[in-house]
Design a protein around this ligand. Structure first.
Ligand code: IMP
Ligand code: MG
Length: 179
């Protein structure tokens, strides 16, 4: 994919992310203290680094599974139509499920994924999102746990991409077009 020339400006440092992930993991661990075995569902690909760090801080027995959903259309605007590209391997009926998302923007992706998962009758389902853009929301979905509320900027890093680039940045940065 071709992109306009751009540079990235650090928005959230690796240190700040690590501290926030640790705090989230403490809250999540105490919330699920009585749960038999939590199923942590990572939404690919953007959540892969977040989920890896988060589960290592959880003081709980967990299973990890993945799902990939994709919006149609171009890379910066949600088309409000969502496809499942990769489904879970495991069953979630009667289980406690924690869906882990990188960013909640309009909310269409998450809403669609939650609707699909609800038809499988999990016992309880909650969402943990690393980033939230409240000003962009077009649906009524909310994440129970949010790492950071951010302004309406296109961000990359810590697993999150722009046209498949910059996922390997250790921090979160805002994309700034230069050309
Ligand atoms: P939504 O359906 O509009 O909520 O879009 C959510 C998905 O769009 C996220 O899971 C990301 O994959 C992608 N997305 C939204 N904002 C950004 C961004 O700032 N950078 C990279 N991807 C984003
Ligand atoms: Mg995504």
């Amino acid at each position: 994919m071709t992109t306009k020339p751009y540079t990235v400006d650090e928005l959230i440092s690796a240190k700040a992310i690590a501290a926030r992930v640790e705090a989230l993991a403490k809250e999540i661990s105490s919330h699920y203290a009585d749960t038999d075995k939590l199923v942590v569902v990572g939404l690919l690909r953007g959540s892969f680094i977040f989920i890896a760090d988060l589960v290592r801080e959880l003081d709980l027995p967990v299973e990890v599974d993945f799902m990939e959903a994709s919006s149609y259309g171009n890379s910066t605007e949600s088309s409000r139509e969502v496809r499942i590209l990769k489904d879970l391997r495991g069953e979630i009926a009667g289980r406690d499920v924690l869906v882990v998302e990188d960013i909640v923007d309009t909310g269409y992706t998450l809403k669609h994924v939650l609707e699909i998962l609800e038809t499988r009758h999990p016992r309880r389902m909650e969402v943990c999102a690393l980033l939230n853009k409240p000003s962009r929301r077009e649906t009524d979905v909310t994440a129970r746990w949010v790492g950071f509320d951010i302004p309406d900027k296109f961000v990359v890093g810590y697993g999150i991409d722009y046209a498949q680039r910059n996922r390997n940045l250790p921090h979160i940065a805002a994309v700034r077009f230069t050309g």
